[in-house]
Every structure is written in C-alpha cells, then in structure tokens.
Design a protein around this ligand. Structure first.
Ligand code: GLU
Length: 498
C-alpha cells in the first residue's frame, strides 16, 4: 500500500451491450491498479437496466476478458460481496425507493407526456435551433394529482427536477472544475415507464450504497456528470472523486474510434476487442502495458511495465486528459517485449495452443528448446507457427525456384550436398559449436559465401527463407532428422530441379 493513499473503492460498471474493448479494458485496469495499490476494493457492477440493448453472453465475455487481463475483482455478480447484488437488474426496487425519495424531497416529478407529444416537442425545439430538451409541462403538476393519475393507471416516467437557473460545477480530477449552465441541462428521465431506473439514477444510487470513492470512466460521460452530481447532492451524499479519462482516437489520430474503423483493423490482424487478442497471439501482459500508457505515464522514458510495476507506480496524478491515438504498432512492440520477458517454459506453454490450432503436434519439451531462439524473432505467438513448424513436421515442401545453390549449377549443388552429408555424418558431438566449425570449414573449402551456403542449408532443413538461427535449429532437430532432410532435398533437386 502506498503512503498517503487511503484504500479506495472503485467500480468498473460496464453495460452488457457488447464485448469488452480497449476503452473499457483501460478503465478497468486503472480501477484495478488503484484498488491494489491502495489496499482497497475493485468492484464489478453490471449496469443492465437498459433491457433493449442487452446482449446475451456479453456479461460472460466481460468477465472472461477481465480475467484474461488479470483484473480480478473483489466484489461482483458472480462472487457477491457486502454491497450486492451487483447486477442492476436485481436492484429495481432500490432505485424505485430512491426515486420516490427524490419526489418527496421535491427533486423529481412524474411526467405523463406521451411519446408522441415528446417527439413533437423535440421537433419544435430543433426547428427553433434550441436544445431538444423536454419543455417541462408536467413539472408543476401537484404531487397529489400526479399520484391520483398514477393510481388510475396512467403511464408515466420520473424526471429529475434540474434547477432552471444558476450553474452546476463538477470537479473532475484531471480537468479541474467544469461549470455547466443549468439552463443548458434537461429534466432528465431517471425512471422509465416500465419502472426501470435509467443508468444515471441507478449509477448514482449504487455508487453511494456501494461506498464508491472514485468514479473512473470514459470522458463520454462528462456531459451527464452534472446530473450525477446533482443526484448525489439532492440526497446530501458525499460525491465520489470524478475521473473522466482521455478519449481514444483512431490510429490516424483523426477522429474518434468508430465501429467501421474497428472492422478495418481486423483486416490487419488487430482488434479492439479483448476477446480476440488471445487468438491473435497477443499477451495479456502486453495489452496491460500498452493500455496503461494510453492516458498515463510514469516518467518520460520508462516503457516496460509488468502488472506488479504498475501497481507500485500507478498514480492518479499522472493521468493525462489529452486524447490518445490508438497505436497498434506500439502494441506489437510491447508484445515483443513481453514475449522476450517470458521464461522458456512459460513461452512453450503459451505457444502450444497455437500449434494445436494449426493441427501440429508440438511436444512441450521441443517447444522449450525452440522458445529461446523464437523469442527474439516473433511479434505475436501466432507468428511462431509459420516460423517453427519445420521442427514438428517432417513433410517439408521444397520449391524448385529455391534451388540450385545461388550461382551454382545443379550438378555442383548435388556435389556440395553430398559433401555436406559426409561432413555432418562425421560430427560426433551434435551441437552448435561443432556444426558451426564443420560447416564453415566446408563452406570455405568450397569457396562459397555464407549467403549461398547457409541459405542452402536453411532451405534443406526448413523449406523456409526465414527461420531461426541455423545451427541452433540443426541442433534441436537432431542429426538423424537433418540427414534425412538433406537426403530428401538432394533427391528433390535431382528429380525436379532443371
Ligand atoms: N454503464 C456505463 C457504461 O457502460 C458506465 C459508466 C460509468 O462508469 O459511470 O459505460
């Protein structure tokens, strides 16, 4: 626990209307870091009162994605906690009670305007170039009359009675005080006709009841922040600290991230959805490091952070409200760094599923041998399959255009090949040193360049232009396999190459 930081209670409050994306992941990460750092609690609250936008399976996706990132919550719908339930759809009654309190206090009123009327009001306001707010027709209906109409079964909503004059100031941790003219605000609906509270009321009530100390969320919530503040104030509650994070811009830096842009990204092997990243070969460690730095920095040069580093170093003071462009090249960079930082055994474990998916049986023991030489060369775990498949499959596909040895005839290539076979055969200790000495000596004896000679050997053992270092690869493959491949390659040249 860091000095001077009281234990916080933070909540990540997604609506199950879609999959967890970059923006949500960053919010949840900052929540988690702050809770861990301060010895507080990270609460997961599912804001599912908007039943129309509910997507089956989204809650499960959110939880899976958070867990994959390593952001385990302390209280939540699945594990419970002292302030549950943590799904807003299970708290309908609570919001109704608090809505009723606002009515009694004179901070809210029942509105009986029909949807048709509201559409007309909005259209009229728009034609006069005024904000499309409700015209407050029901604001002055005496409460008793309103209650009678409700008892008679008349459909109604509950609206917050926003002051019509003066200002409301919200204090945001990153932006300071933001003052809103009350006349620019609406009498927002807080409970709908069907009795479901809208997010604004539900969130304010829950933040209070769940003793949330800091509300960290995207800056798209800034325009309705005054309403949240007003609800807290109407009840006389202490407001949480408001922290509205920077917006994410498209990779080009021009404009906000859109759905179309997100679809474009998938063509390049990227995704803004956390659920896709595992399959694309990204490490959760890299995602955490990358997103942590989109809106926060420690100093002007440190880039590599593990979760533990972040817990130690994270601070709200270093959050930056300026928009951050999503830079996937940087994501690749962090993925490389975190792949390099894995132990060979760990990397082998993480690579295994990628080979399985490609239908390649890759024993862990071999993967562990291959891990150190792949580490320096792959950007995503997925890259390993193409680069290292020749370690696990025997049917190497040779291509006629890659033979004979550059600058040599077919006959000369076959002669050199046979000499390679003899030299390899006579190596007793099959390791990189001995392979290096023997092959270099033969190359010199034949008067060939490394490009020609080693390029040939690389083709023979892997059928690939690009592969991990030659002698390490040969050592891992073993003498018998290498000799077999050489014989296969020589017959291929003999039969197929002109
Ligand atoms: N349910 C809101 C969302 O889906 C949460 C906003 C907030 O954190 O207050 O983003």
């Amino acid at each position: 626990m860091s000095e001077g930081l009281n234990p916080v209670r933070v909540r990540f409050a997604p609506s199950p209307t879609g999959y967890l994306h970059l923006g949500g992941a960053r919010t949840a990460l900052y929540d988690y870091l702050l809770a861990q750092k301060s010895g507080g609690q990270f609460v997961l609250r599912i804001e599912d009162t908007d039943r129309k936008r509910f997507i089956e399976g989204a809650e499960q996706d959110l939880m899976n994605s958070l867990r994959w990132l390593g952001l385990q919550w302390d209280e939540g719908p699945d594990i419970g906690g002292p302030y549950g339930p943590y799904r807003q759809s299970e708290r309908k009654q609570i919001y109704q009670e608090y809505g009723e309190k606002l009515v009694e206090q004179g901070n809210a009123y029942y509105c009986f305007c029909t949807p048709e009327r509201l559409v007309k009001v909005r259209a009229e306001k728009q034609s006069k170039k005024e904000p499309p707010h409700y015209d407050r027709t029901c604001r002055n209906i005496p409460l008793e009359e309103a209650r009678k109409r409700i008892a008679a079964g008349e459909p109604h909503v509950l609206r917050f009675k926003t002051p019509m004059e003066g200002t409301t100031t919200v204090k945001d941790l990153l932006r300071g005080e933001i003052t809103f003219e009350n006349k620019t605000l609406d009498d927002y609906i807080i409970i709908k006709t069907d009795g479901w509270a809208l997010y604004h009321l539900a969130a304010a009530v829950d933040d209070h009841l769940m003793k949330i100390t800091h509300v960290i969320r995207g800056s798209e919530w800034l325009p309705t922040a005054p309403l949240h503040s007003m609800i807290h104030r109407a009840f006389g509650w202490e407001e949480p600290v408001w922290v509205h994070l920077s917006v994410f811009l498209k990779p080009s830096g021009k404009g906000k991230m859109s759905k179309r842009e997100a679809a474009e990204l998938s063509k390049d092997g990227y995704s803004i959805f956390v659920k896709d990243l595992d399959g694309l070969g990204y490490l959760p460690e890299a995602m955490v490091n990358w997103t942590a730095l989109m809106g926060w920095s420690y100093d002007d040069h440190t880039e590599f952070f593990t979760m533990q580093d972040l817990i130690e170093k994270f601070s709200l003071e270093k959050l930056n409200p300026s928009p951050a462009a999503i830079n996937f090249t940087k994501f690749d960079y962090f993925n490389k760094l975190h792949i390099k930082a894995l132990s060979d055994a760990e990397l082998a474990q993480r690579l295994k599923p990628f080979f399985e998916k490609a239908g390649i049986e890759a024993p862990i023991a071999t993967l562990e041998l291959v891990a150190p030489i792949l580490k320096e060369r792959i950007t995503t775990l997925d890259d390993a399959v193409e680069m290292a498949r020749f370690f696990f499959v025997d049917d190497i596909t040779y291509m006629t255009e890659r033979f004979p040895i550059e600058g040599c005839s077919k006959t000369e290539t076959l002669v050199i090949g046979t000499k390679v076979e003899q030299a390899l055969n006579s190596i007793e200790v099959w390791d990189t040193d001995h392979l290096d000495t023997s092959m270099r000596a033969l190359m010199e004896q034949e008067g060939k360049e490394p490009r020609q000679f080693f390029g040939f050997l690389r083709e023979v053992i892997s059928g690939q232009r690009i592969s991990p270092p030659l002698f390490e690869s040969m050592q891992i493959l073993g003498k018998a396999v290498v000799l077999q491949r050489l014989r296969n390659a020589l017959s291929f040249i003999e039969e197929k190459v002109a």
